[in-house]
Write a protein that binds this ligand. Structure first.
Ligand code: GLN
Length: 261
């Protein structure tokens, strides 16, 4: 039986404000280049909750406060329950900015009521109001999750230094959840504690748009490897290497701009 990987895409019409659809495209193309059959499954208000259980990978993008509020009117009940279950069970995911804010306990937007989150990630996010500095610009951070650094070394023979672009007003504060990384350049979760993102099971939460995965292909390959390993219940999955020479040039150029090359 041919094994097809299903990429679940959370609310694609509401949470794609900052180009994070590039993460879906990157996963899709890096599978196709390896002849791994892959399908993209939108998970949104029109989706039956059962669809949320059919995913092998999940992508959640960024959004403005208003769209986040609309999403949370729908992402509740069985949909929320199943999303919690699949992430707890280790389905690999990448959640950017507005998405992880909703996976936390709550997000207090610039205006309006607090948006209650799913409580999957032990974190809270607060927007200090539109007069506060918005965190916008290139961001560079080093993965600080030891187990993830070790696993990424299979796909990348260098320090897993992540490059992205952040654009958020919200500040995120972590509870009992591991930060994804340590900020080298930029603001990260809150511009204060040098943490960036969060890591839970096989879910990557980050403020880094970019889009993230094309700029950091080792993260995409790690996600694909995790999904294939779960689906085939084998730890002998091998991914053919791809030509990432153009990506390497772009990364070197940006890192040199900050004296990090
Ligand atoms: N609206 C949220 C904020 O301003 C998320 C923004 C985003 O997804 N880039 O923090």
């Amino acid at each position: 039986m041919t094994m097809i990987l299903t990429i679940g895409w959370l609310y694609p019409t509401l949470m794609s404000t900052y180009g994070d659809r590039g993460n879906v495209i990157c996963l899709q193309r890096r599978c196709q280049w390896r002849n791994i059959p892959v399908s993209i499954l939108p998970l949104d208000a029109e989706s039956d909750y059962s669809k949320f259980a059919q995913v092998d990978l999940i992508v959640g993008g960024g959004a403005q406060d208003r769209q986040q509020e609309i999403v949370m009117r729908d992402l509740k009940g069985e949909k929320a329950k199943i999303l919690k279950e699949v992430l707890r069970d280790g389905v690999p995911g990448v959640f950017t900015c507005g998405s992880p804010q909703l996976l936390g306990h709550y997000y207090e937007p610039a205006f309006g009521e607090r948006i209650e989150g799913l409580g999957i990630l032990d974190l809270v996010s607060k927007h200090p109001g539109n007069n506060a500095q918005r965190f916008i610009g290139n961001v560079v951070f080093d993965i600080s999750v030891t187990s993830l650094v070790q696993e990424l070394s299979v796909f990348w023979n260098d320090l897993p230094r992540v490059i992205g672009f952040e654009n958020h007003g919200g500040r995120t504060f972590l509870g009992n959840v591991a930060p994804l990384g340590k900020v080298i350049k930029g603001y990260g979760n809150n511009g204060e504690d040098q943490t960036e993102g969060a890591f839970y099971q096989n879910a990557i939460a980050t403020y880094a748009h970019g889009p993230l995965l094309p700029k950091n292909p080792f993260l995409a390959d790690w996600m694909i490897y995790k999904a294939l390993s779960r689906k085939s219940s084998s730890n002998k999955v091998l991914l053919d290497p791809l030509d990432d020479s153009l990506t390497l040039k772009a990364r070197t150029s940006l890192l040199m701009r900050y004296g990090l090359g």
